[in-house]
Design a protein around this ligand. Sequence first.
Ligand code: XMP
Length: 511
Amino acid sequence: MSTEQNQTVVVLDFGGQYKELIARRVRECKVHSQILAGNTPLDKLKAIAPIGIILTGGPHSVYAADSPHTVKELFEMGIPILGICYGMQLMAYTLGGEVKPCAVSEYGTVSATYEDTNCALFKGLERDTVTLMSHTDYVARLPEGFRRIAHTSDCPTAAMCDESRKLYAVQFHPEVERTKQGTQLINNFLYNVCGAKGDYNIDDVIEKQIKAIRAQVGAHQVVLGLSGGVDSSVCAAILEKAIPGQLTCIFVDHGMMRKNEGDEIERAFEGKSLNFVRVDAEKRFLDKLAGVTEPERKRKIIGEEFVRVFEEESSKFAGSFLAQGTIYPDVVESGLTTGAVIKSHHNVGGLPKDTKFIGLVEPLRYLFKDEVRALGRRLGLDETLVSRQPFPGPGLAVRCIGEITKEKLDILRDADFIYREELSKAGLKYDQFFAVLTNMRTVGVMGDGRTYNYVVGLRAVITSDFMTCEYAHIPYETLDVISSRIVNEVKGVSRVVYDITGKPPATIEWE
Ligand code: XMP
């Protein structure tokens, strides 16, 4: 994506788990950000000409042999720099200060005092505040030219600055919500120190992206695999706007979508100037899955079959571009910007070998999820698509425990539909919520008769990163209604249970 007119802040990654959060916060402050490896050569940085640089935290100690380091010249380029946590220690160490192990390590929210609320970084912030700390080392002696601007009861140097060189550093994490006024602090760095103009906004992104797509694609056709998820839907919407009439969206319906979902996806794209192809592959997938009970095998079969169906369908479009809804976290986590692989994403890393496509179009490659949603809204996509909760690629296959049959999937679809409908009626929204059809049948009694039917599990979780979660405390009254509706309206269910496990030790999905 062309962002040459946008001012940019570079986030240099030293292994911190919050690098993406820092980059997102910068963008929330209307400044474009880019994540690069901590050892990015200075020439490359100079070529980008960032208005500021932020050094992330990291799990290391500056004195450890394998810890990532930087060079003094980084701080001599005249570019404002904010060091965070390890980034502060690295700044101090590189410029001749001293870093030592803390007498008392600080983890979690800690009361802090901003000593100088007139300095550019703390302007307008409360003097007595709360910060999120997570460190075992601290800056014991400041480098020459620096002064201390914050402390906590256990950390004498919670922040430091050398205003003449526009170098600032904080031991705490301003990017996380648990640091009070943290975003305001980042905003201060951007506007009071870096001279940001605030020229980054989503309308601008749309305009630039449309130009870039047109320039790349010319008069060629583009094929996109559409799943109905947020990323592929928004990708379709922007492509349609950029190259109306040149886009074909292939929706592989594997028969394991939720109730009415396939039709809803079809309806959402109906009437747009794109060619929507729905491939009804339910039977193919169910045949392949017959008798399979092991979760990982199910996933593998579905993944492989999916690629096969998509290849067959898209083979009619040789000589076209392939579009993908890759987003920035996929790129960052695959190590393409920083060199550190967290997990490989199947959709990152270029076109497959032996491809019949002539190139790859990835209009969302530089956007975070919340930006993708904002873009979708701006492009007029239906809110149900834009704010859709995550849905696993293998669909209901991983929520239908044991062997998968059409009959079991239909029971699950009906129970899940009631569950979602009742939560919506009650005005309850959680980060992810769904029903599971267990493979267990239990005895029940209905009317005067004995029943022997399936147990449905309900799951609702609260999470922001989906790496950990807490179970949601759904009010009992709502659970009552859901349970009685499922047992009465869904044939084949005799019992409903609610999952009260967090992650860890459980996972969000049951398989
Ligand atoms: P777990 O169950 O690992 O899930 O706690 C974390 C998040 O990932 C989603 N998930 C998947 N998404 N393909 C996907 O696209 C998959 O195979 C898959 N498995 C889990 C899950 O829904 C949750 O949001």
